[in-house]
Design a protein around this ligand. Structure first.
Ligand code: AMP
Length: 419
């Protein structure tokens, strides 16, 4: 038996759960207040769902990263590498286009990509995802950015900055890609292998490269924002106008791009300081034609995904985690054999509304109090022969050592009053 987690996967240990809950709660609050509704889709889909969304001119880098397999019925299935395709598949399948627009859907859960593992880059990781469907106005793009920022702030992150750019309309994109091809093709040999492949399939994506040799070649070149047509430029101005109006801090990033071909106009990212090279917490953009591509009506959309592990890393760096593991109010200690069943019965009864734990074997008072201390309980409750004969418990407030005798049938009330 291999007693190790698969490379690039992680256990989320009990001690880490409060931070995860803090993130989940921050997201649920902000999404809920903005009228976004939660959608849970399966972790695997027919491979076509992702292949179609990735598009004909597939960014191969993404395709190679998919965990695909055939099931026993010979169906080709893929573990989801991103949320958007599955969410839009569900949107179409359940006829959600008849709902009043915009339809705002959020999702959370694990994703799977066969990546090169490094800090902040795993093979199973988690995202929070938002899609705002049905609005072509810049207002939707701005709201998407604002919500991303609001969730990160609610997580307690102060050192977050938003970058906003635009990949333009399809013709602007095409013009920029042609420009990059022309500029970089003579230097192909100097590019990294990934960038060479990207130059062939989706030249813009070379801008995403972290390799020094690629960045050196890109240094003097123009950025997508320099190629915007009038309409895309006006759209970007409107988005940034709203963000200023709402006091969402951001900077224009002229070189921001999105991996897949269906993105157009607005592209944005959230970054954090101090979490290493993989500083992107999340990113998103506007997509058009994707819903149609997947067999739905021609509706526009804008969406983003936030990497949970990276947000948690940033929260740890900024010491922003304050959610604590819940502590018991009472830890019961049986001092003799008959008390073992008695304290278990009391615990079950008291747990209607309270956190109560107990020792499972007879303890002497010293050991029992140590157990209670380790549990982090507010009170320890001792029960032995003497207490039984009088129908009471000795209650000790662990922080002060203060001790009180409480009658069994007064216990619930006492705890509620003195907690
Ligand atoms: P993407 O879906 O590629 O646009 O990524 C959105 C966000 O998800 C990124 O900004 C990261 O925070 C996170 N992310 C993407 N890929 C990974 C990965 N392999 N491991 C951990 N986080 C990731």
């Amino acid at each position: 038996m291999r007693s190790q987690a698969v490379k690039g996967t992680h256990d989320i240990l009990p001690d880490e759960q409060p931070a995860w809950r803090q993130l989940a709660e921050a997201a649920a609050v902000e999404f809920g207040r903005a009228g976004a509704r939660q959608l849970t889709t399966p972790v695997f889909e027919y491979s076509e769902v992702f292949e179609k969304s990735v598009g004909a001119s597939a960014d191969l880098v993404v395709q190679k990263e998919m965990y695909s397999f055939e099931d026993r019925g010979g169906r080709r299935l893929t573990l989801r590498p991103e949320f958007t395709a599955g969410v839009l598949r569900a949107f179409i399948e359940h006829g959600m286009h008849t709902l009043p627009t915009p339809v705002k859907l959020w999702s959370a859960g694990p994703l799977f990509r066969a990546e090169n593992v490094q800090r902040g880059r795993y093979r199973q990781f988690h995202q929070l995802n938002l899609e705002i469907i049905g609005l072509s106005q810049a207002l939707a793009d701005a709201e998407a950015v604002q919500l991303l920022y609001a969730i990160l702030r609610r997580c307690g992150l102060a050192r977050v900055h938003m970058r906003v750019g635009s990949v333009g309309d399809p013709e602007d994109r095409a013009a920029y890609n042609a420009y990059l091809r022309q500029a970089l093709e003579p230097h192909q040999a100097e590019l990294s292998e990934t960038s060479r492949e990207r130059l062939r399939l989706n030249p813009m994506r070379v801008l995403d490269s972290k390799a020094e040799q690629d960045q050196a070649l890109l240094a003097g070149l123009k950025r997508p924002v320099d190629f915007l047509g009038e309409a895309a430029r006006a759209h970007l101005d409107e988005v940034t106008g709203h963000l200023r109006d709402w006091q969402v801090p951001f900077e224009i990033d002229p070189g921001i791009v999105r991996g897949l071909d269906y993105y157009r106009r607005t592209a944005f990212e959230a970054h954090a300081q101090g979490i290493g090279a993989q500083s992107a917490l999340g990113g998103g953009g506007r997509y058009d034609g994707l819903i149609e591509n997947l067999g739905g009506p021609p509706l526009p959309g804008v969406g983003w995904a936030l990497g949970s592990e990276r947000v948690l890393d940033a929260m740890a760096q900024e010491r922003a985690v304050h959610a604590d593991e819940p502590r018991p109010l009472l830890f019961l200690v049986p001092l003799d054999e008959p008390a073992v069943a008695e304290v278990a019965r009391m615990a079950v009864r008291l747990r209607r509304g309270r956190h109560v734990e107990h020792a499972y074997v007879r303890r002497n008072p010293g050991k029992g109090l140590r157990d209670a201390d380790r549990s982090g309980a507010v009170f320890a409750g001792l029960r032995g022969d003497t207490e039984r004969s009088r129908g009471v418990l000795q209650l000790k407030r662990l922080a002060t050592g203060e001790q009180t005798e409480v009658a069994e049938d007064e216990l619930a009330r006492f705890l509620d009053e003195h907690a």
